[in-house]
Ligand binder design. Structure first.
Ligand code: AMP
Length: 411
């Protein structure tokens, strides 16, 4: 079975074609600057790497071009569309509707539309991707895999805010959590590496990228995560502040005569380590600047690390311990000094780091010392593989159910 994984953003899309027999990536790529004068398609397969520059006016044209390249005589990896057995779509927000992946029907698309208000930046592009895929590949089933789904196991004590209860009942205000496919992948992979039962472990996963979140996974179930109704809550991020005193909002609106849209924009684009440093949201630049004596860059990194440490401590308390602590995503996999800072002085919690091993970047490796009670690992994330596995599972289950229905009808 070949799964075509599609991740549509507002002006970009990423794709992978994965052979599920061996879980090998046959081809992958991305289209950037959709709708702008010059757009790019970067496509890589086993045998070549190409960049196509042209005006790609919308997602329809972008997906058409990708499908063309996948089948082309020069760069193609498949003979025809029949070799794509299922399309797996990344969808950011499923609200409370879906706690797992689903075969996409018209009713599912309608439900996703209802969630646009919860993820106005992401869900519209995800829905366009699904509609275009249905149009261009009408015979191929589509499966939706949701960023929020993995966190649906959280108990009400974790997902409810201390706000008027009607806000939850009538407006859906609760903590949903994001990066679910990444937390799922690295936690399951971690159990596999330790050769232990997933359901026996207490795991904390730190997805530290431009967007960042932590999850506490207790015996196979997420019991808390740092992101909330939107991806603004929790950790300090590249351009987002994470946890805040809500009193800041009316105060700053009055003080600086700002509109709610301007505040929202500042929270999404101008805060986090960028806001503190006034320099960059990129940890490579911040580290370099801090090393050259830039105090605000240093402070931004320190504030980021302190927040992650605070969540790790809180989640150890919630689970009454932790067996496995995992770092993933751009910063988690690569930023050696950031990991060292987060993990410093945690000996009393059973976490001791091997400083040499912690110098590793971007590969699966244990970075805790042998005397550490808690295993600490870097595990590069692979959200596309989770989406492909989920898509395969949903299709196989549907075929199985169909056969059972036919057998029942015939009996
Ligand atoms: P992601 O959102 O997972 O792609 O992560 C992006 C972030 O990872 C970038 O903003 C960088 O701050 C960070 N990053 C990537 N590579 C490195 C590296 N070699 N050292 C430090 N930070 C890195």
């Amino acid at each position: 079975m070949n799964v075509f994984v599609l991740n549509c953003g507002s002006s970009s899309l990423k794709y992978q074609l994965i052979n599920m027999k061996n879980e090998k990536v046959i081809a992958q790529g991305l289209v950037e600057k959709i709708g702008e004068e010059i757009s790019f398609l970067k496509h890589t397969s086993n045998c070549d790497e190409i960049v196509i520059e042209e005006n790609i006016k919308d997602h329809n044209q972008a997906i058409e071009l990708v499908l063309e390249v996948l089948q082309s005589r020069e760069h193609g990896v498949i003979e025809n569309m029949d070799e794509i057995n299922v399309v797996g779509h990344r969808v950011v927000h499923a609200g409370e509707k879906f706690s797992g992946s689903v075969l996409i029907t018209k009713a599912v698309i309608d439900a996703l539309r209802e969630n646009i208000k919860l993820a106005p930046l992401h869900n519209p592009a995800n829905i366009i991707g699904i509609e275009v895929s249905k149009k261009l590949m009408p015979k191929t089933p589509d499966v939706g895999v949701f960023d929020t789904a993995f966190h649906q196991s959280m108990p009400a004590e974790s997902f409810l805010y201390a706000l008027p209860y009607e806000w939850y009942q009538e407006n859906g205000v609760r903590r949903y959590g994001f990066h679910g496919t990444s937390h799922k992948y690295v936690s399951e992979r971690g159990a596999e590496i330790l050769n232990k039962e997933y359901y026996d472990l207490k795991i904390i996963t730190c997805h530290l990228g431009n967007g960042a979140s932590v999850a506490a996974i207790d015996h196979g179930k997420v019991i808390d995560t740092s992101m909330g109704l939107t991806p603004l809550e929790g950790l300090v991020m590249g351009t987002r502040p994470g946890d805040l005193d809500p009193g800041i909002i009316p105060y700053i609106m009055k003080e600086r005569n700002m509109t709610i849209e301007e505040v929202d924009q500042a929270f999404n684009k101008a805060s986090g380590v960028l806001g503190i440093s006034g320099l960059s949201n990129d940890f490579r630049e911040l580290t370099e600047a801090a090393e050259k004596g830039n105090k605000r860059a240093e402070l931004a990194i320190d504030i980021f690390c302190r927040r992650v440490k605070k969540y790790i401590g809180a989640y150890i308390a919630l689970m009454d311990g932790v067996d496995l602590l995992i770092f993933t995503a751009g910063i988690g996999e690569n930023a050696v000094d950031v990991r060292a800072k987060i993990l410093s002085n945690l000996e009393n919690l059973g976490i001791i780091i091997n400083q040499d091993k912690n110098k590793s970047r971007g590969k699966e490796i244990k970075i805790s010392s042998d005397s550490s009670a808690v295993d600490v690992y870097i595990i590069p994330t692979n959200e596309e593989l989770v989406i492909a596995r989920e898509a395969k599972k949903i299709i196989e289950n549907n075929i199985k159910n169909l056969i059972i229905d036919i057998l029942n009808e015939n009996n």
